[in-house]
Design a protein around this ligand. Structure first.
Ligand code: PBG
Length: 329
C-alpha cells in the first residue's frame, strides 16, 4: 500500500488553514461602481435588461454616494443619459460645462469630497447615431476630429472636479491629446484611466439600452475602432501606447471573458490594471440568479475574486454595492 507523499487536502481541511493559505482577497477597496444619471428630481428609472440597476437623478445620486462612502467603495463611474434633443452629429452636449455629467460631478465633489469620481469620455451618449465619435458621410468614425471633441469633453469634466477621466472611445492618440490639454490647463493631478484594451463586444448590449444608444446604433457596430475579440498582442500594444501617452491606469473590457488579457497586462507590464465586468456579464448572472439557477452571493463573489486572481487591481462592476455589503458582513 502506498500513500500520497503530498496530501493537498490537509491544508483544505479546516477554515483556519484555508484562510492562512488564501492567495487573493477581494475588498471594498477594489470596487468601482458605475452609475447612470438622468435629469430631474427624485427620479429613478429601472433598466429592464439590468435587473437591480436604475438610472437616477442627481439628488438620488447623492443619496447613493452616501451609501458608497459607508460601504468603503472608493470610486463611482458616471454615465449620463440624455434625451434625444441633446443629441447631435457633432455631440456638442458632451462638453457643455452645465451638461448633466458636469453637474453630477460638481454635486458629488461638493458633497463628498473624499469620494473618487470618474467620468466616461466618449461621444456615444451625445451622438444621434450612437457611435463614439464624429462620422463622415459613409458613417466612418473620424479619428482626429473626434479626438478634438474628446479633449474638450475631458477638460470640462476635469474643470467640474472629476479626479479620474476615463476615455472609452478607442480613438488613436486621445490619451496624449487629453493629457497635454490637462497639463496646459493646470489639471496636473487629474488621473487618466484609459480604456486601453476595449473589445468590440456583444456584452455591451444592456449598457446601450441603459444609455439609450442601442436604438440609434441600430445594426451598426464599432468594429473599426474597438478591438477584435480574437487578439491579445494588440491589447499589449494598446496598453503600451496609452501608458506612453500619459495614462495612469489601464483597463481591459469586458472582464470575465478577457481575464487572459488582464493577466498578460499585469504580468508583462506591472502597471495599475483594471477590468470592467460589463453590463452583459451582469445581466447574464442576474438572469440565472433570478431564475434560481445559481446562488447570487456565492457566484457574484466568485466572479469578482476571479478578477483579483487574474491580476486586476480593481473592478468596475454593477455588483459593487452588493459585494461591499457582503464583505462588510
Ligand atoms: C461607451 C461605453 C460603453 C460601455 C462603457 N462606455 C459601450 C460601448 O462601447 O458601446 C459599456 C459598459 C457596459 O457594457 O457595462 N463608450
Amino acid at each position: 500500500m502506498t500513500f500520497p507523499i503530498t496530501r493537498m487536502r490537509r491544508m483544505r481541511k479546516d477554515d483556519f488553514s484555508r484562510r492562512l493559505m488564501r492567495e487573493h482577497r477581494l475588498s471594498a477597496d477594489d470596487l468601482i461602481y458605475p452609475m447612470f444619471v438622468i435629469e430631474g428630481t427624485n427620479t429613478r428609472e429601472p433598466v429592464p435588461s439590468m435587473p437591480g440597476v436604475e438610472r437616477v437623478s442627481i439628488d438620488l445620486l447623492l443619496k447613493e454616494a452616501q451609501e458608497l462612502m459607508d460601504l468603503g467603495i472608493p470610486m463611482v463611474a458616471l454615465f449620463p443619459v440624455v434625451g434625444t434633443e441633446k443629441k447631435s452629429l457633432l455631440a456638442e452636449e458632451a462638453y457643455n460645462p452645465d451638461g448633466l455629467a458636469q453637474r453630477a460631478v460638481r454635486a458629488l465633489r461638493e458633497h463628498f469630497p473624499e469620494l473618487g469620481v470618474m467620468t466616461d469620455v466618449a461621444l456615444d451618449p451625445f451622438t444621434t447615431h450612437g457611435q463614439d465619435g464624429i462620422i463622415d458621410e459613409d458613417g466612418y468614425v473620424l479619428n482626429d476630429v473626434t479626438v478634438e471633441v474628446l479633449v474638450k469633453q475631458a477638460l470640462s469634466h476635469a474643470a467640474a472636479g472629476a479626479q479620474v477621466i476615463a476615455p472609452s472611445d478607442m480613438m488613436d492618440g486621445r490619451i496624449g491629446a487629453i493629457r497635454d490639454e490637462l497639463e496646459m490647463e493646470g489639471h496636473i493631478n487629474t488621473r487618466i484611466m484609459a480604456y486601453s484594451a476595449k473589445y468590440a463586444s456583444a456584452y455591451y448590449g444592456p449598457f446601450r439600452d441603459a444609455v439609450g444608444s442601442a436604438g440609434n446604433l441600430g445594426k451598426g457596430n464599432k468594429f473599426n475602432y474597438q478591438m477584435d475579440p480574437a487578439n491579445t498582442d494588440e491589447a499589449i500594444r494598446e496598453v503600451l501606447l496609452d501608458l506612453d501617452e500619459g495614462a495612469d491606469m489601464v483597463m481591459v473590457k469586458p472582464g470575465m471573458p478577457y481575464l487572459d488579457v488582464v493577466r498578460r497586462v499585469k504580468s508583462e507590464l506591472g502597471v495599475p490594471t483594471y477590468a470592467y465586468q460589463v453590463s452583459g456579464e451582469y445581466a447574464m448572472q442576474m438572469a440565472a440568479f433570478q431564475n434560481g439557477w445559481l446562488d447570487k452571493d456565492s457566484v457574484m463573489m466568485e466572479s469578482l475574486l476571479a478578477f483579483k486572481r487574474a491580476g486586476a487591481d480593481g473592478i468596475l462592476t454593477y455588483f459593487a454595492k452588493d459585494a461591499a455589503r457582503l464583505l462588510k458582513g
